[in-house]
Design a protein around this ligand. Structure first.
Ligand code: DP6
Length: 385
Protein backbone atom coordinates (compact mmCIF):
# COMPACT_ATOMS: atom_id res chain seq x y z
CA UNK A 1 0.00 0.00 0.00
CA UNK A 2 2.55 2.60 -1.11
CA UNK A 3 0.06 4.59 -3.17
CA UNK A 4 0.45 7.91 -1.29
CA UNK A 5 -3.34 8.14 -0.84
CA UNK A 6 -4.36 10.44 2.03
CA UNK A 7 -7.12 9.10 4.32
CA UNK A 8 -8.92 11.82 6.31
CA UNK A 9 -11.61 12.39 8.91
CA UNK A 10 -12.66 15.52 10.75
CA UNK A 11 -14.70 16.39 13.79
CA UNK A 12 -15.79 19.27 15.98
CA UNK A 13 -15.63 18.66 19.73
CA UNK A 14 -17.16 20.78 22.48
CA UNK A 15 -15.84 22.37 25.64
CA UNK A 16 -17.35 21.28 28.93
CA UNK A 17 -17.42 23.23 32.19
CA UNK A 18 -17.64 21.18 35.36
CA UNK A 19 -20.21 21.93 38.03
CA UNK A 20 -18.71 19.27 40.31
CA UNK A 21 -14.98 19.64 39.81
CA UNK A 22 -12.31 17.06 39.04
CA UNK A 23 -9.22 17.98 41.08
CA UNK A 24 -6.63 15.36 42.07
CA UNK A 25 -5.31 12.12 40.58
CA UNK A 26 -4.97 8.75 42.23
CA UNK A 27 -2.80 7.50 39.33
CA UNK A 28 -0.82 10.01 37.29
CA UNK A 29 0.26 7.53 34.60
CA UNK A 30 -3.25 6.37 33.70
CA UNK A 31 -4.67 9.79 34.63
CA UNK A 32 -7.19 8.41 37.11
CA UNK A 33 -9.03 10.90 39.33
CA UNK A 34 -9.50 10.80 43.09
CA UNK A 35 -13.13 11.88 42.75
CA UNK A 36 -15.98 11.71 40.27
CA UNK A 37 -17.06 14.91 38.52
CA UNK A 38 -19.94 16.28 36.47
CA UNK A 39 -20.10 18.89 33.73
CA UNK A 40 -22.30 20.69 31.25
CA UNK A 41 -21.23 20.37 27.61
CA UNK A 42 -21.33 23.79 25.97
CA UNK A 43 -22.52 24.57 22.47
CA UNK A 44 -19.97 23.98 19.72
CA UNK A 45 -21.41 26.89 17.81
CA UNK A 46 -19.64 29.07 20.37
CA UNK A 47 -16.66 27.07 21.66
CA UNK A 48 -15.08 24.16 19.89
CA UNK A 49 -11.98 22.43 18.65
CA UNK A 50 -12.03 21.45 14.97
CA UNK A 51 -9.63 18.60 14.18
CA UNK A 52 -8.67 16.75 11.03
CA UNK A 53 -6.77 13.48 11.37
CA UNK A 54 -5.14 12.05 8.28
CA UNK A 55 -2.74 9.25 7.46
CA UNK A 56 -0.81 8.31 4.36
CA UNK A 57 2.22 6.35 3.20
CA UNK A 58 3.57 9.74 2.09
CA UNK A 59 3.78 11.00 5.71
CA UNK A 60 7.09 10.24 7.41
CA UNK A 61 6.27 10.88 11.08
CA UNK A 62 3.32 11.65 13.37
CA UNK A 63 2.67 15.40 13.61
CA UNK A 64 0.29 17.65 15.53
CA UNK A 65 -0.50 21.30 14.82
CA UNK A 66 -2.71 23.59 16.92
CA UNK A 67 -3.80 26.96 15.54
CA UNK A 68 -0.99 26.74 12.98
CA UNK A 69 1.75 26.01 15.57
CA UNK A 70 3.55 22.63 15.64
CA UNK A 71 2.97 20.85 18.98
CA UNK A 72 4.99 18.20 20.81
CA UNK A 73 3.30 14.91 19.95
CA UNK A 74 5.79 12.80 21.93
CA UNK A 75 4.23 13.57 25.35
CA UNK A 76 3.27 10.36 27.20
CA UNK A 77 -0.41 11.44 27.30
CA UNK A 78 -0.76 12.00 23.57
CA UNK A 79 1.22 8.83 22.92
CA UNK A 80 -1.12 6.83 25.18
CA UNK A 81 -4.13 8.00 23.12
CA UNK A 82 -2.44 7.21 19.78
CA UNK A 83 -1.27 3.80 20.99
CA UNK A 84 -4.75 2.76 22.15
CA UNK A 85 -6.45 3.96 18.96
CA UNK A 86 -3.88 2.19 16.76
CA UNK A 87 -4.36 -1.03 18.74
CA UNK A 88 -8.12 -0.92 18.10
CA UNK A 89 -7.53 -0.32 14.39
CA UNK A 90 -4.97 -3.16 14.25
CA UNK A 91 -7.53 -5.46 15.77
CA UNK A 92 -10.04 -4.52 13.02
CA UNK A 93 -7.39 -5.02 10.32
CA UNK A 94 -6.45 -8.44 11.69
CA UNK A 95 -10.11 -9.55 11.53
CA UNK A 96 -10.66 -8.20 8.01
CA UNK A 97 -7.58 -8.33 5.80
CA UNK A 98 -9.33 -6.41 2.99
CA UNK A 99 -9.13 -3.23 5.11
CA UNK A 100 -6.35 -0.72 4.29
CA UNK A 101 -3.48 -1.04 6.79
CA UNK A 102 -3.92 2.40 8.39
CA UNK A 103 -2.66 1.56 11.89
CA UNK A 104 0.94 1.42 10.71
CA UNK A 105 0.85 4.75 8.83
CA UNK A 106 2.05 8.08 10.22
CA UNK A 107 -0.68 10.45 11.40
CA UNK A 108 -1.04 14.13 10.67
CA UNK A 109 -3.35 15.88 13.14
CA UNK A 110 -4.37 19.47 12.55
CA UNK A 111 -6.50 21.35 15.11
CA UNK A 112 -7.99 24.79 15.48
CA UNK A 113 -9.73 26.33 18.50
CA UNK A 114 -12.21 29.16 18.10
CA UNK A 115 -11.41 30.48 21.60
CA UNK A 116 -8.22 31.47 23.52
CA UNK A 117 -6.14 28.34 24.17
CA UNK A 118 -5.12 27.55 27.80
CA UNK A 119 -6.91 30.59 29.26
CA UNK A 120 -8.81 28.34 31.64
CA UNK A 121 -11.51 27.69 29.03
CA UNK A 122 -11.14 23.90 29.00
CA UNK A 123 -9.16 23.88 25.78
CA UNK A 124 -7.43 20.58 26.63
CA UNK A 125 -10.85 18.97 27.11
CA UNK A 126 -12.11 19.89 23.65
CA UNK A 127 -8.64 19.28 22.18
CA UNK A 128 -8.18 15.68 23.32
CA UNK A 129 -11.84 14.83 22.70
CA UNK A 130 -11.44 16.06 19.11
CA UNK A 131 -8.13 14.23 18.66
CA UNK A 132 -9.57 10.91 19.85
CA UNK A 133 -12.90 11.28 18.01
CA UNK A 134 -11.27 12.28 14.70
CA UNK A 135 -8.80 9.37 14.74
CA UNK A 136 -11.60 6.97 15.74
CA UNK A 137 -13.54 8.23 12.70
CA UNK A 138 -10.46 7.92 10.45
CA UNK A 139 -9.98 4.33 11.62
CA UNK A 140 -13.73 3.61 11.38
CA UNK A 141 -13.65 2.20 14.92
CA UNK A 142 -16.96 0.82 16.15
CA UNK A 143 -16.07 2.23 19.62
CA UNK A 144 -18.81 3.84 21.74
CA UNK A 145 -18.39 7.33 23.28
CA UNK A 146 -17.86 5.52 26.61
CA UNK A 147 -14.93 3.54 25.23
CA UNK A 148 -13.48 6.64 23.58
CA UNK A 149 -13.87 8.54 26.86
CA UNK A 150 -11.55 6.00 28.50
CA UNK A 151 -8.93 6.81 25.87
CA UNK A 152 -9.44 10.61 25.91
CA UNK A 153 -9.15 10.58 29.73
CA UNK A 154 -5.51 9.57 29.32
CA UNK A 155 -4.89 12.70 27.25
CA UNK A 156 -6.57 15.07 29.71
CA UNK A 157 -8.99 14.04 32.42
CA UNK A 158 -11.73 16.53 31.62
CA UNK A 159 -11.57 15.52 27.93
CA UNK A 160 -13.45 12.30 28.67
CA UNK A 161 -16.59 14.35 29.42
CA UNK A 162 -16.43 16.14 26.04
CA UNK A 163 -17.22 12.88 24.20
CA UNK A 164 -20.85 13.38 25.24
CA UNK A 165 -23.31 16.24 24.92
CA UNK A 166 -25.65 17.56 27.59
CA UNK A 167 -25.03 16.78 31.25
CA UNK A 168 -22.13 14.40 31.73
CA UNK A 169 -20.64 12.52 34.66
CA UNK A 170 -17.20 10.97 34.95
CA UNK A 171 -17.03 8.02 37.29
CA UNK A 172 -13.74 7.94 39.21
CA UNK A 173 -13.86 4.14 38.99
CA UNK A 174 -12.03 1.65 41.17
CA UNK A 175 -10.25 -0.71 38.74
CA UNK A 176 -6.45 -0.42 38.89
CA UNK A 177 -6.21 -0.39 35.08
CA UNK A 178 -8.69 2.50 34.79
CA UNK A 179 -11.16 0.49 32.70
CA UNK A 180 -14.15 1.79 34.71
CA UNK A 181 -12.98 5.41 34.90
CA UNK A 182 -15.19 6.59 32.04
CA UNK A 183 -17.70 9.31 31.23
CA UNK A 184 -21.47 8.71 31.09
CA UNK A 185 -24.50 10.71 30.06
CA UNK A 186 -26.56 11.98 32.99
CA UNK A 187 -29.07 13.61 30.62
CA UNK A 188 -28.93 14.74 26.99
CA UNK A 189 -29.02 18.46 26.13
CA UNK A 190 -32.68 18.11 25.03
CA UNK A 191 -33.66 17.09 28.56
CA UNK A 192 -32.93 20.59 29.89
CA UNK A 193 -32.19 22.74 26.82
CA UNK A 194 -32.91 26.01 28.65
CA UNK A 195 -29.53 25.97 30.40
CA UNK A 196 -27.45 29.00 29.34
CA UNK A 197 -24.04 30.30 30.29
CA UNK A 198 -22.30 33.62 29.99
CA UNK A 199 -18.53 33.38 30.18
CA UNK A 200 -16.77 36.48 31.46
CA UNK A 201 -13.29 36.28 29.98
CA UNK A 202 -10.99 37.87 32.55
CA UNK A 203 -7.76 37.15 30.84
CA UNK A 204 -6.75 35.57 27.55
CA UNK A 205 -3.26 34.87 28.84
CA UNK A 206 -1.89 31.43 29.55
CA UNK A 207 -2.53 30.37 33.15
CA UNK A 208 0.30 30.36 35.72
CA UNK A 209 -0.06 26.91 37.27
CA UNK A 210 -1.32 24.17 34.95
CA UNK A 211 -4.20 22.00 36.21
CA UNK A 212 -1.94 18.95 36.14
CA UNK A 213 0.74 20.55 38.35
CA UNK A 214 -1.79 22.34 40.55
CA UNK A 215 -3.88 19.31 41.38
CA UNK A 216 -0.90 17.18 42.35
CA UNK A 217 0.37 19.94 44.64
CA UNK A 218 -3.10 19.95 46.26
CA UNK A 219 -3.13 16.15 46.65
CA UNK A 220 0.32 16.31 48.26
CA UNK A 221 -0.23 19.16 50.71
CA UNK A 222 -3.88 20.10 51.34
CA UNK A 223 -5.55 18.84 54.50
CA UNK A 224 -8.98 19.88 53.17
CA UNK A 225 -8.56 17.80 50.04
CA UNK A 226 -9.20 14.40 51.70
CA UNK A 227 -12.61 15.45 53.00
CA UNK A 228 -13.51 16.88 49.62
CA UNK A 229 -12.61 13.70 47.72
CA UNK A 230 -13.94 11.18 50.23
CA UNK A 231 -17.08 12.81 51.61
CA UNK A 232 -18.13 16.08 50.01
CA UNK A 233 -17.97 15.20 46.32
CA UNK A 234 -19.61 11.73 46.50
CA UNK A 235 -22.62 13.28 48.26
CA UNK A 236 -22.78 16.20 45.80
CA UNK A 237 -22.57 13.92 42.75
CA UNK A 238 -25.81 12.23 43.81
CA UNK A 239 -27.51 15.53 44.58
CA UNK A 240 -26.39 17.10 41.31
CA UNK A 241 -27.65 14.16 39.25
CA UNK A 242 -31.02 14.47 41.00
CA UNK A 243 -31.08 18.25 40.43
CA UNK A 244 -30.44 17.75 36.70
CA UNK A 245 -32.97 14.93 36.31
CA UNK A 246 -35.55 17.02 38.16
CA UNK A 247 -34.55 20.25 36.35
CA UNK A 248 -34.21 21.94 39.73
CA UNK A 249 -32.20 25.10 38.97
CA UNK A 250 -32.11 26.30 42.57
CA UNK A 251 -30.46 23.05 43.67
CA UNK A 252 -28.20 22.96 40.59
CA UNK A 253 -27.05 26.52 41.30
CA UNK A 254 -26.39 25.98 44.99
CA UNK A 255 -24.30 22.84 44.33
CA UNK A 256 -22.42 24.51 41.46
CA UNK A 257 -21.31 27.57 43.40
CA UNK A 258 -20.53 25.61 46.55
CA UNK A 259 -18.45 23.09 44.64
CA UNK A 260 -16.50 25.80 42.83
CA UNK A 261 -15.83 27.47 46.19
CA UNK A 262 -14.76 24.14 47.70
CA UNK A 263 -12.35 23.43 44.84
CA UNK A 264 -10.78 26.91 45.13
CA UNK A 265 -10.58 26.47 48.91
CA UNK A 266 -8.42 23.37 48.41
CA UNK A 267 -6.25 25.40 46.02
CA UNK A 268 -5.80 28.05 48.70
CA UNK A 269 -5.08 25.26 51.22
CA UNK A 270 -2.26 23.97 48.99
CA UNK A 271 1.29 24.73 50.11
CA UNK A 272 2.39 27.06 48.56
CA UNK A 273 -1.16 28.35 47.89
CA UNK A 274 -2.53 28.44 44.35
CA UNK A 275 -4.66 31.42 43.33
CA UNK A 276 -6.70 30.86 40.19
CA UNK A 277 -9.39 33.40 41.06
CA UNK A 278 -8.35 37.05 41.11
CA UNK A 279 -10.01 40.38 42.05
CA UNK A 280 -12.04 40.32 38.83
CA UNK A 281 -13.29 36.80 39.63
CA UNK A 282 -14.31 37.86 43.14
CA UNK A 283 -16.15 40.86 41.71
CA UNK A 284 -18.08 38.47 39.45
CA UNK A 285 -19.05 36.42 42.52
CA UNK A 286 -20.39 39.55 44.27
CA UNK A 287 -22.37 40.62 41.22
CA UNK A 288 -23.94 37.13 40.94
CA UNK A 289 -24.93 37.28 44.61
CA UNK A 290 -26.43 40.76 44.09
CA UNK A 291 -28.36 39.60 41.00
CA UNK A 292 -29.87 36.72 43.00
CA UNK A 293 -30.71 39.00 45.93
CA UNK A 294 -32.36 41.58 43.68
CA UNK A 295 -34.36 38.86 41.88
CA UNK A 296 -35.46 37.44 45.24
CA UNK A 297 -34.61 33.91 44.04
CA UNK A 298 -31.63 32.02 42.61
CA UNK A 299 -31.37 32.96 38.95
CA UNK A 300 -27.63 32.45 38.41
CA UNK A 301 -24.72 30.30 39.54
CA UNK A 302 -21.02 31.00 39.06
CA UNK A 303 -18.17 28.53 38.66
CA UNK A 304 -14.43 28.98 38.06
CA UNK A 305 -11.93 26.47 36.65
CA UNK A 306 -8.13 26.75 36.88
CA UNK A 307 -8.16 30.37 35.79
CA UNK A 308 -9.90 33.68 36.56
CA UNK A 309 -12.75 33.49 33.99
CA UNK A 310 -16.25 33.27 35.44
CA UNK A 311 -18.78 30.91 33.91
CA UNK A 312 -22.27 31.98 34.99
CA UNK A 313 -25.07 29.48 34.44
CA UNK A 314 -28.72 30.62 34.21
CA UNK A 315 -31.95 29.58 32.51
CA UNK A 316 -33.11 31.11 29.21
CA UNK A 317 -36.18 32.64 30.88
CA UNK A 318 -33.85 34.68 33.12
CA UNK A 319 -31.60 35.94 30.31
CA UNK A 320 -32.66 39.56 30.84
CA UNK A 321 -32.00 39.60 34.58
CA UNK A 322 -28.71 37.71 34.43
CA UNK A 323 -26.96 38.36 31.10
CA UNK A 324 -28.83 41.68 30.80
CA UNK A 325 -27.38 42.89 34.10
CA UNK A 326 -23.87 41.90 33.04
CA UNK A 327 -24.43 43.75 29.79
CA UNK A 328 -25.57 46.78 31.77
CA UNK A 329 -22.30 46.60 33.72
CA UNK A 330 -19.91 45.70 30.92
CA UNK A 331 -21.39 47.83 28.15
CA UNK A 332 -20.32 47.18 24.61
CA UNK A 333 -17.67 44.49 25.18
CA UNK A 334 -17.67 42.00 22.34
CA UNK A 335 -19.82 38.92 22.57
CA UNK A 336 -23.35 40.06 23.32
CA UNK A 337 -24.76 38.33 20.26
CA UNK A 338 -24.87 34.57 20.63
CA UNK A 339 -24.48 32.17 17.74
CA UNK A 340 -28.16 31.19 18.01
CA UNK A 341 -28.99 34.74 17.04
CA UNK A 342 -30.03 35.69 20.56
CA UNK A 343 -29.07 39.23 21.43
CA UNK A 344 -28.79 40.33 25.02
CA UNK A 345 -30.10 43.81 25.55
CA UNK A 346 -28.92 46.04 28.34
CA UNK A 347 -31.50 45.26 30.97
CA UNK A 348 -31.58 44.15 34.54
CA UNK A 349 -31.05 46.79 37.14
CA UNK A 350 -27.43 47.07 38.29
CA UNK A 351 -27.64 46.64 42.06
CA UNK A 352 -26.54 49.89 43.73
CA UNK A 353 -24.60 48.47 46.68
CA UNK A 354 -21.88 46.85 44.55
CA UNK A 355 -20.29 49.88 42.88
CA UNK A 356 -16.73 48.70 43.71
CA UNK A 357 -17.32 45.26 42.15
CA UNK A 358 -18.92 46.86 39.08
CA UNK A 359 -15.82 49.00 38.62
CA UNK A 360 -13.48 46.00 39.02
CA UNK A 361 -15.50 43.97 36.50
CA UNK A 362 -15.51 46.78 33.96
CA UNK A 363 -11.72 47.01 34.15
CA UNK A 364 -10.98 43.27 34.34
CA UNK A 365 -13.24 41.68 31.72
CA UNK A 366 -12.04 41.79 28.14
CA UNK A 367 -14.93 40.02 26.41
CA UNK A 368 -17.93 37.81 27.03
CA UNK A 369 -19.10 34.58 25.38
CA UNK A 370 -22.79 33.75 25.37
CA UNK A 371 -23.48 30.06 25.12
CA UNK A 372 -25.60 27.24 26.48
CA UNK A 373 -25.84 23.49 26.84
CA UNK A 374 -25.01 21.67 23.60
CA UNK A 375 -24.50 18.33 21.92
CA UNK A 376 -21.51 15.98 21.68
CA UNK A 377 -18.81 15.78 18.96
CA UNK A 378 -20.03 16.32 15.40
CA UNK A 379 -18.50 14.73 12.35
CA UNK A 380 -17.72 17.21 9.57
CA UNK A 381 -16.54 17.06 5.98
CA UNK A 382 -14.77 20.39 6.47
CA UNK A 383 -11.13 19.28 6.47
CA UNK A 384 -8.26 21.38 7.78
CA UNK A 385 -5.55 19.85 5.62
C1 DP6 B 1 -10.47 22.72 37.22
O1 DP6 B 1 -8.54 17.91 32.74
O2 DP6 B 1 -7.10 19.99 32.55
O3 DP6 B 1 -11.11 22.26 34.98
O4 DP6 B 1 -6.17 15.60 33.56
O5 DP6 B 1 -4.21 16.97 34.24
O6 DP6 B 1 -5.20 17.28 31.96
P1 DP6 B 1 -5.46 16.92 33.42
O7 DP6 B 1 -6.38 18.07 34.01
P2 DP6 B 1 -7.59 18.85 33.38
O8 DP6 B 1 -8.23 19.44 34.72
C2 DP6 B 1 -9.43 20.12 34.75
C3 DP6 B 1 -9.64 20.70 36.09
C4 DP6 B 1 -10.83 21.64 36.20
C5 DP6 B 1 -12.05 20.91 36.75
C6 DP6 B 1 -12.83 20.04 35.80
O9 DP6 B 1 -12.86 20.30 34.57
O10 DP6 B 1 -13.49 19.11 36.30
Amino acid sequence: MADGKVYRASTFAPVNIAVIKYWGKRDTKLNLPTNSSLSVTLSQDDLRTHTTASCSTSFTSDTLTLNGQPQDISTPRTQACLRELRQLRKHLESKDTSLPQLASLSLKIVSENNFPTAAGLASSAAGFAALVRSIANLYALPASPTELSRIARQGSGSACRSLFGGYVGWNHGSAADGSDSVAYEVAPAEHWPEMRAVILVASAEKKDVSSTAGMQATVGTSALFKARAETIVPQRMKEMEDAIRGKDFEKFASLTTRDSNSFHATCLDTDPPIFYMNDTSRAAVRVCQAINETAGRTVCAYTFDAGPNAVVYYLAADEAVVAGTFRGILGEKTGWEGSRGEKVEKAGQVPENIAGSVDTLQKGISRVILTGVGDGPRKTEEHLC
